[in-house]
Design a protein around this ligand. Structure first.
Ligand code: AMP
Ligand code: MG
Length: 315
């Protein structure tokens, strides 16, 4: 069956209520949604994505009123963060409600929940009246999809439907915050910065890198965001030689006389981040074997892109 392509959030909601897998746009990246209370549908999603069963899914909600659909005994600090920063690229990890099937949270007693800042997505979520589990809409390990065409590229006809929207505005995933520890801990840097979290007057720290299960965001133990081409990080393009088999992505252009098979120079870190995953996919479409990516300057506002660059390079 060909994938149903729709622009109607109510149609997408109807399909989700019938246990179907429906990709949808958000401000971070496209999500691959499924009813988080339907164990069979969730099992199909893990299989389709080829996602390891120990990597929990983020549950998406339309608004704060729906929080009880996914979570219980919600810590005040999670409410504080969501009240200030949702809808937005923020996922809070809180105790899970019994209605969320165990496979969604990989057996954990906690669940990551998020309210996307995207009108179409929220209309769809509101109309389902359900908690919708949605990992990024890419095959496990690949760069996330930020356009509906990239979703179709990864899944062909294996999805049930896609709600078509514009390219994702932010282009990198949400910030995941563990709200059960004090101070709260950032498990994954993302669209909300540490400074924004702290502006809410909540005590938050970056979690250290740990390889102990349960000590970290489990998904961070798996390879992620990787194109087929080899990703090499560089500080400045002056450090490398041009090659027509290679691509170059960065903030500064290569020196005169250096030619690459393809190059993209971004005027800001924000635009680099927005375009990053799609650029990695384009490198593969062009059959280039290497992509040199300029690392971004250290700093809180660049943390998410710096992290994804490192992960794409296999670090
Ligand atoms: P993705 O769906 O690919 O954006 O990945 C979701 C991320 O959220 C992964 O890094 C997960 O490990 C993390 N995550 C989801 N639920 C939880 C949870 N209950 N506890 C800790 N991390 C979580
Ligand atoms: Mg992902």
């Amino acid at each position: 069956m060909p994938v149903e392509q729709t622009r109607d959030p109510l149609r997408a909601a109807h399909l989700l209520r019938s246990g179907r897998l429906v990709a949808f746009p958000t401000e971070t990246v496209y999500g691959l949604g499924v009813d988080a209370t339907n164990g069979e549908a969730v099992a199909r999603l893990f299989k389709l994505k080829r996602r390891p069963g120990n990597n929990p899914l983020i549950v998406h909600l339309a608004d704060l009123e729906q929080l009880h659909l996914a979570a219980r005994d919600i810590p005040p600090l999670a409410i504080q963060l969501l009240s200030a920063l949702a809808p937005g690229p923020l996922t809070v990890v809180v105790p899970k409600s019994d209605s969320i099937v165990p496979s969604v949270t990989a057996g954990l007693s906690t669940v990551g929940v998020r309210i996307p800042d995207h009108d179409l997505a929220r209309q769809m979520l509101r109309a389902t009246g359900l908690p919708i589990a949605a990992p990024s809409a890419n095959r496990s390990g690949r760069p996330s999809a930020t356009t509906f065409k990239s979703v179709l590229e990864d899944f062909g006809d294996e999805l049930d439907a896609i709600l078509i929207g514009d390219p994702s505005r932010i282009g990198l995933e949400s910030t995941v915050v563990d709200c059960l520890s004090n101070p709260a801990r950032v498990l994954r840097p993302g669209g909300v910065t540490l400074e924004q979290l702290r502006s809410v007057n909540v005590n938050v720290v970056m979690a250290g890198v740990s390889h102990q299960p349960g000590d970290n965001s489990p998904g961070r133990l798996h390879p992620h965001y990787q194109p087929r081409a080899k990703v090499i990080l560089v500080e400045t393009p002056a450090d490398i030689d041009g090659s027509t088999d290679a691509a170059y992505l960065g903030l500064n252009g290569p020196p005169h006389g250096q030619t690459f098979g393809w190059e993209m120079i971004y005027p800001s870190v924000q635009q680099y981040a927005q375009a990053f995953y799609e650029a990695l996919r384009e490198v593969d479409r062009r059959g280039l074997t290497t992509v040199y990516c300029q690392q971004v300057p250290a700093g809180d506002s660049n943390a998410a892109l710096a992290d994804r660059l490192r992960r794409a390079a296999g670090d």
